[in-house]
Design a protein around this ligand. Structure first.
Ligand SMILES: Nc1nc2c([nH]c(=O)n2[C@@H]2O[C@H](COP(=O)(O)OP(=O)(O)OP(=O)(O)O)[C@@H](O)[C@H]2O)c(=O)[nH]1
Length: 322
């Protein structure tokens, strides 16, 4: 069954998938299952707008109107299915002079498994993301403690009480009103800024030295400019002179290091800020002091060496510069 094509027209993405459930558009074939589950006083008696006994003809009409309401964006009544079988329904109705209202029911044999809570949590998240709904209301029979527990768990708080006509009971019943204000999405936690210094060592043939990141390290196998993190109290230049000594067994001086470009890149756990220096003068022979593979690379060949994402803009700049 394709429930996604027709939703495309409304701009909202359905179905909604949760750990155990699929919330999808109701289809005509659901009428028999809806009738079987709702035509049970323990279910229908909690619902204000369904008569009891409940007949399949009503289910057919309701399913047709639910489809039309989704298309007109007036309400989103969805089937709750588990492993392909209908276990209940859930809906969100957008009202003109009132807040949107959520309602749901679960067939009696599926009670006690937290399915209403799982479906409602998913629909509320979906409504916030897809429809921008922040505040939602729900009315619950005063003695329907299970449904009130679901709402409380989802962050609803009691906002009033009243009476409402219940078709299923053919009389007015006391209800509690609940309201939920969704928390605004949390901004991502700020990442620590990591300062790393790196160097484009350029030999007399105009080739640049790249070092391969060893196995077991983050970004292993990628080629990078020699360098590393600053120790406490170190200047960038002192750190770079130390790193070149430790990694490549060469000596250089601050006067031989010229700042060139810098990389600013968001990695998953930190934000890298990496000034890239250029150095054409050093003492000693470049050797791999830490066992890392080294390569002297012509500027036009740099792109053949896979490098960390932070380095990509630097490589382009360096190629133009040299
Ligand atoms: N040296 C260097 N580091 C780079 C480059 N590009 C880039 O993203 N980085 C990142 O900057 C950090 C450099 O830290 P580092 O070399 O001192 O440390 P590391 O990850 O090797 O681990 P370590 O702390 O065990 O030595 C790494 O996260 C590395 O992925 C680059 O061109 N050169």
């Amino acid at each position: 069954m394709d429930t996604s094509t027709s939703m495309a027209a409304t701009g909202a993405s359905l179905p909604i998938v949760t750990a155990r459930l699929l919330l999808r558009r109701l289809v005509a074939e659901d009428a028999a299952a809806v009738t079987r589950l709702v035509n049970d006083y323990s279910v229908a008696g909690n619902l204000a707008r369904v008569p009891f006994p409940y007949r399949e003809q009503l289910a057919q009409e309701w399913i047709a109107s639910a489809g039309a309401q989704i298309d007109s964006k007036d309400a989103y009544h969805l089937a709750i299915t588990r492993d392909g079988a209908l276990v209940g329904c859930i809906g969100l109705t957008l009202r003109r002079n009132a807040l949107p209202e959520i309602g749901y029911w679960i067939g009696r044999k599926f009670w006690g498994q937290g399915l209403a809570r799982e479906a409602a949590a998913a629909l509320l998240d979906w409504a916030q993301t897809e429809l921008g709904l922040v505040e939602v209301e729900a009315d619950v029979l005063t003695d329907n403690l299970a449904s009130q527990a679901v709402l409380r768990h989802l962050g609803f708080v009691e906002s009033g009480s009243g009476v409402q006509q219940f078709l299923s009971r053919n009389r007015k019943m006391p209800v509690l009103m609940f309201r939920r204000v969704a928390e605004p999405p949390k901004p991502p936690a700020p990442k620590p800024v990591l300062l790393v210094v790196a160097c484009a060592l350029v030999d007399s043939d105009g080739r640049i030295l790249l070092a391969q990141r060893p196995k077991g390290k983050q970004l292993e196998g990628l080629w990078e400019f020699p360098g590393g993190k600053l120790n406490d109290g170190e200047t960038p230049e002192a750190a770079l002179i130390r790193e070149l000594r430790e990694e490549l067994s060469i000596e250089t001086q601050e006067s031989c290091l010229s700042p060139l470009f810098f990389a600013s890149h968001a990695y998953e756990k930190f934000h890298l800020l990496m000034p890239l220096y250029i150095c054409r003068k050093w003492q000693g022979r470049v050797t791999s002091a830490e066992g890392q593979a080294l390569a002297w690379v012509r500027p036009e060949k740099l792109a053949d060496y896979p490098m960390p994402p932070a380095d990509v803009p630097l490589v382009a700049l360096l190629r133009d510069f040299l």
